[in-house]
Design a protein around this ligand. Structure first.
Ligand SMILES: Cc1cc2nc3c(=O)[nH]c(=O)nc-3n(C[C@H](O)[C@H](O)[C@H](O)COP(=O)(O)OP(=O)(O)OC[C@H]3O[C@@H](n4cnc5c(N)ncnc54)[C@H](O)[C@@H]3O)c2cc1C
Length: 160
């Protein structure tokens, strides 16, 4: 295990999840390489479904992929955490400390060594600095934002 080539993919979105699945099935399963996925969240929801979560026409939990279960099935490892730095000379990524909802540290900052690194962290909406956009717009880049949109919409109807 120690001598295996370690491929680390950061970001389990549309691109990263597909990649680790294929690499896991092809190389991880035959112990030809060690495959690791690092993601800031525990589950994946395909982003084109977010507007359905926001409108309430889709139950997100039924469409979520749990990384841990998926990793076990497809022969890769999953590490929960947000990449916060890169040390190219040491070939290490830095994963920020993980805190619970009360702000208590659950896992301290840590480093993961790689032989090959793929960064697939996607993108988020750009407001191009438009005045007022940050304060007044609802963005739709994550499940949390989609659920927030949904709750705000329901509350707006309830107020009527
Ligand atoms: C509302 C919406 C609707 C869309 N509809 C369509 C559509 O109809 N058709 C289409 O082709 N495309 C659509 N897209 C675009 C499509 O979803 C993206 O092009 C695609 O998801 C990009 O894939 P990705 O793997 O690059 O990144 P993403 O799918 O965004 O995944 C990035 C992953 O990286 C993780 N991550 C981010 N930063 C870090 C970090 N520092 N450390 C660890 N993990 C991190 C995130 O948690 C996430 O899991 C839509 C996008 C949105 C937001």
């Amino acid at each position: 295990m120690e001598n295996l080539h370690h491929i680390v993919v950061v970001g389990g979105g549309a691109g990263g999840l597909e990649l680790v699945t294929r690499l896991g099935n092809k190389l991880g399963k035959k112990h030809k390489a060690r495959i690791s996925l690092v993601d800031a969240g525990l589950t994946h929801v395909w982003k084109p479904l977010l507007h359905e979560v926001a409108s309430g026409s889709l139950d997100a939990s039924a469409n979520e992929i749990n990384y841990r279960a998926h990793a076990r099935k497809h022969h890769y490892e999953f590490q929960l955490g947000r990449m916060s730095g890169l040390d190219r000379s040491a070939k290490e990524i830095v994963i920020a400390a993980f805190h619970d909802d009360e702000g208590n540290e659950v896992v301290p900052e840590r480093r993961i060594r790689y032989d090959t690194l793929v960064i697939a962290v996607g993108s988020t909406a750009n407001d191009f600095g438009t005045p007022g956009a940050q304060e007044h717009c609802l963005f739709l880049d994550s499940l949390r934002q989609a659920r927030r949109f949904h709750n705000l919409m329901l509350n707006a109807f309830l107020r009527k």
